[in-house]
Ligand binder design. Structure first.
Ligand SMILES: [Zn+2]
Length: 97
């Protein structure tokens, strides 16, 4: 499996995490707070399943990177950790600004 962290370039792409958190209204439209443009695009590919993509806004990326004790753990390090610990044969491809 390959994991890629890149900048999202599509301004109409919303953050998946915010969409999950705020969801849709009864009429089927998205909650206003769910409509947050994504900044980060995380793609994972396996031989069987190509291009599983997740989008994050900066706020959600920050939240994912900060821990209760104040430790800062970057997305790249989290991906590195996941690769090192759970998938020894996987390849990491990370692109940061
Ligand atoms: Zn978000």
């Amino acid at each position: 499996m390959t994991l890629s962290l890149t900048r999202n370039s599509n301004p109409r792409q919303w953050c998946d995490y915010c969409k999950t958190r705020f969801g849709q209204l009864k009429d089927g439209s998205w909650h206003l707070k769910a409509q947050v443009p994504a900044v980060w695009k995380v793609t994972s590919e396996t031989p069987n399943r190509r291009g599983m993509v997740r989008f994050y806004c900066q706020e959600c990326a920050n939240e994912a990177q900060k821990w209760a004790d104040g430790t800062f753990w970057s997305l790249k390090e989290q991906l590195d950790y996941a690769i090192a610990n759970f998938a020894t044969q996987e390849k990491l491809n990370v692109e940061l600004p």
